[in-house]
Design a protein around this ligand. Structure first.
Ligand code: SF4
Length: 315
C-alpha cells in the first residue's frame, strides 16, 4: 500500500497541504476577463456543451473589478468561512486563463502575486492553450512564490466524447500539455467529468488506466450536472434518454471502484461538484455539500476495506 502519511483511505490534497504547508491552502477565485479559444473562434465557437461559467464563479468575481479588489473581497469572505487557513493562493478560474499574449499574462498574474496576502497561484486552462513560452514563464514564478499549479480541464480521455461535447481538443492534446507542464517542474492538476453522454459506467472506469499514465499531481472529479443556459441543457430537455446521470448512491459506488484503481500518489482534490441549485436542471442531490459527499465516500471505502490504489498496478 502506498503511504501518504495519513490514516485516510485516499490521498486527499487537503491532507498533503497540512503536511507540506502546515495548514489549509485556500484558493481565492479571480476572474481576469479572459475569453476561451473554444468560444471566440480560435478553435471553435459555442464552447463546451456543459459550460456556463456563471454557474461556477463566486459573485465577487467580475472582470470589471480589479484583480486586487477581487482578492480583497474574496479574502474578507473566506477568512470568516475558513478561519484556520494558513495560506491563500490566487485562483485564475473562469474561462481559459492562459489565452492572452504573454505580456498580458505577466501583468495579470503579477498583480495577483503582488497582493501581500497571496502566497501562490493556480491557473485553470485548456490543454491546447499553453506553449513553451507561457509554461516557461509560469515555471519561473515558483522562484517568487510558494505554490504554483496549472490545472487542466481534461473532462474525458475519449476523443469521441470530447468531440460530442464540443471540447475542440483531443486526449493527445491533454497528454502533450500535461507532459510539457510537468517537464517544466510545474505542479499539474486535472479535472475529469463523470456521466458524459456516450460513456457507460464501465467505459468511465476504464479511463483510470489512462489517467494513471499522466504526470498528474492532483485531480478533481465532478459528476455531470446539467447546467441552465448550456447547449447540454437543451440536449437534455430534448433527449433525456441519451443521458445516464448519477444519483448520489450510484456515484459513490462508482467512485469506490474508480478510487481503488487510481494511482496512489495522485492527490484527490475533490470528488464532486456543487452547481448552485437554481442552475441545476438534471438530477439533484439536494443540499449535500462536496465535503459531505467525501465523508460518505470514505465511509464506503472503509466498509469495503478498500483504498486509493488497492488495485493499481504500475507499469
Ligand atoms: S469549459 Fe472551459 S474550455 Fe469549455 S467553453 Fe467553458 S471555458 Fe471554454
Amino acid at each position: 500500500m502506498y503511504l501518504w502519511n495519513t490514516t485516510r483511505r485516499l490521498n486527499a490534497w487537503s491532507d498533503q497541504c497540512r503536511l507540506r504547508y502546515g495548514g489549509r491552502i485556500q484558493k481565492v477565485s479571480v476572474n481576469a476577463g479572459f475569453s476561451c479559444p473554444n468560444r471566440d473562434g480560435t478553435v471553435g465557437f459555442g464552447g463546451c456543451t456543459f459550460c456556463n461559467n456563471e454557474g461556477f464563479s463566486p459573485s465577487y468575481c467580475k472582470p470589471s473589478t480589479s484583480i486586487t479588489r477581487q482578492i480583497d473581497m474574496g479574502l474578507s469572505f473566506l477568512r470568516k468561512r475558513y478561519p484556520r487557513t494558513s495560506m491563500f493562493v490566487a485562483y485564475f478560474q473562469a474561462y481559459t486563463n492562459t489565452h492572452a499574449p504573454l505580456e498580458q499574462l505577466k501583468s495579470l498574474y503579477g498583480e495577483a502575486l503582488s497582493h501581500p496576502d497571496i502566497s501562490g497561484i493556480v491557473i485553470g486552462t485548456r490543454p491546447d492553450a499553453v506553449d513553451e513560452d507561457i509554461l516557461g514563464y509560469i515555471a519561473s514564478l515558483s522562484h517568487e512564490t510558494s505554490y504554483v499549479k496549472v490545472e487542466y480541464g481534461l473532462e474525458s480521455c475519449y476523443d469521441d466524447t470530447l468531440h460530442r461535447i464540443n471540447r475542440g481538443h483531443s486526449f493527445a492534446d491533454s497528454r502533450r500539455a500535461l507532459e510539457m507542464t510537468a517537464d517544466k517542474g510545474i505542479a499539474v492538476g486535472g479535472h475529469l467529468l463523470f456521466g458524459l453522454p456516450g460513456e457507460s459506467r464501465e467505459r468511465m472506469l476504464d479511463q483510470v488506466h489512462l489517467i494513471n499514465q499522466l504526470p498528474l499531481n492532483s485531480i478533481k472529479f465532478h459528476q455531470l450536472q446539467i447546467v441552465s443556459g448550456t447547449a447540454m441543457a437543451q440536449q437534455y430537455r430534448e433527449h433525456p434518454e441519451a443521458f445516464e446521470l448519477f444519483s448520489l448512491d450510484d456515484y459513490l459506488s462508482f467512485m469506490v471502484r474508480f478510487i481503488g484503481h487510481l494511482r496512489p500518489d495522485i492527490m484527490v482534490e475533490r470528488i464532486s461538484g456543487e452547481v448552485p441549485l437554481p442552475y441545476n436542471e438534471g438530477i439533484s442531490w439536494g443540499r449535500i455539500r462536496a465535503d459531505q459527499v467525501m465523508v460518505r465516500l470514505e465511509e464506503l471505502l472503509a466498509k469495503g476495506n478498500t483504498w486509493q490504489g488497492k488495485y493499481y498496478e504500475a507499469g
